[in-house]
Design a protein around this ligand. Structure first.
Ligand SMILES: Cc1cc2nc3c(=O)[nH]c(=O)nc-3n(C[C@H](O)[C@H](O)[C@H](O)COP(=O)(O)O)c2cc1C
Length: 359
């Protein structure tokens, strides 16, 4: 493929599938279990039909928006994904530079291949948020939060849907294990203490013994920046998260990588927006590949979407410029889709733009 062949995010996905090493491919593109949810995330967007309106006044049109008082070029953020050094030698440095160039906030993973302090210092123009995986010792989780804030991260994203790893057979078959580089942010912390209790190897070894609603609330209470909870699919959990102090919710099934056969994230979104009402930022991820998907997500109640795998596909194909190009493609597609449904601004997008007639 030449540069001219990369016209959509799917082109980056095809190039990745055809050329990436088998282990990395299994890690990035794989889902948990039988991959049912990973596939349905995509199918659910494809099944939604837009219902455009014509002849509106589009002269002041733009996908630009804001979250927590800060500007975004489009309602799109980079989802947290581990260890970008596996995709490009520059790793997160390349992704964060592309994020800064395109006006896109980037949520840096706990398992990034660079220390968060080094990344914020290297790319001061980027709007970096930090994703928190609860650590086995709660004091270490709090330390991770404090370090990210001190380094200049503008929000924290607490991932709540992965108390244990998903069962990922494709990775197992390919013999893939995350390299030591993914520990860059965690080297200061002691190994987990031995836990008394259940004999199950799953519950004994992997479940964080400390993080429950109370501890999640403490993270919110102690944080000077907004804390979002990522990985919520049930409206009751969204309400509990808000009560615990969450400033926002990410409706997500982790790209179908943790628990298989849960609903597509876009299908879980409307009930969560209804439960929370307006005013609480709600983001969604899982299966966003087109500008039309961004419009559909906003129509169903999201303020913005996160983009996961396509960023990694583009990083693998062409490093920083690949990611910047992929983000620009999605921004352009989003504005084209907005214009064609008759929405000048993200705030003009509502549920009336989703076809509700016979399929
Ligand atoms: C290779 C890979 C690594 C990921 N690592 C993390 C992570 O470290 N923390 C996290 O909260 N989510 C992680 N995710 C999930 C993403 O943040 C996001 O929820 C998901 O990729 C969205 O779906 P999409 O890939 O279809 O866009 C990862 C996803 C992938 C594909």
């Amino acid at each position: 493929m030449t540069a001219a062949d990369f016209l959509s995010l799917a082109d980056y996905g095809r190039h990745f599938a055809a050329t990436a090493p088998a282990g990395v491919r299994a890690w990035v593109d794989g889902g948990a279990g039988d991959g049912i949810t990973a596939a349905e995330n995509l199918a659910a967007f494809a099944a939604l039909r837009l219902w455009p309106r014509v002849l509106g006044d589009l002269r002041a049109g733009s996908a630009a928006t804001e979250l927590f008082g800060r500007p975004l070029a489009a309602p799109v953020l980079i989802a947290p994904t581990a260890c970008h050094a596996l995709l490009d030698p520059e790793g997160e440095l390349a992704t964060a530079t592309a994020a800064a160039l395109t006006g896109t906030p980037m949520i840096v993973s706990t398992q990034a291949s660079v220390r968060i302090e080094d990344l914020t210092a290297a790319v001061p123009g980027a709007d970096l948020w930090f994703q928190i995986y609860p650590q086995p010792v709660f004091a270490d989780t709090l330390d991770l939060c404090r370090r990210a804030v001190a380094a200049g991260c503008r929000a924290l994203v607490l991932t709540v849907d992965a108390p244990v790893s998903g069962v990922r057979n494709a990775e197992q078959r390919a013999g893939f294990v995350l390299p030591e580089a993914a520990q860059a942010n965690l080297r200061d912390y002691a190994p987990p203490p031995a836990v008394e209790g259940p004999r199950s190897p799953v519950f004994r070894g992997l479940v964080d013994p400390a993080l429950r609603w109370a501890e999640a609330g403490r993270i919110c209470a102690e944080s000077p920046v907004p804390v979002l909870f990522k990985g919520i699919l049930h409206p009751d959990d969204a309400l509990k998260a808000r009560a615990a102090g969450a400033a926002g919710i990410v409706v997500s099934n982790h790209g179908g990588r943790v628990l298989d056969t849960v609903p597509p994230a876009i299908a879980a979104l409307p009930a969560i927006r209804r439960a929370l009402g307006p005013g609480v930022p709600v983001l969604v991820d899982g299966g966003v590949r087109r500008g039309t998907d961004v419009v559909k997500a906003l129509a169903l109640g999201a303020d913005a979407v996160l983009l996961g795998r396509p960023v990694l596909h583009a990083l693998f194909a062409a490093g920083m410029s690949g990611v910047a190009h992929a983000l620009t493609l999605l921004q352009t597609e989003t504005e084209a889709a907005m214009a064609l449904v008759g929405a000048a601004r993200p705030g003009d997008i509502d549920a009336t733009l989703i076809w509700s007639g016979p399929q």
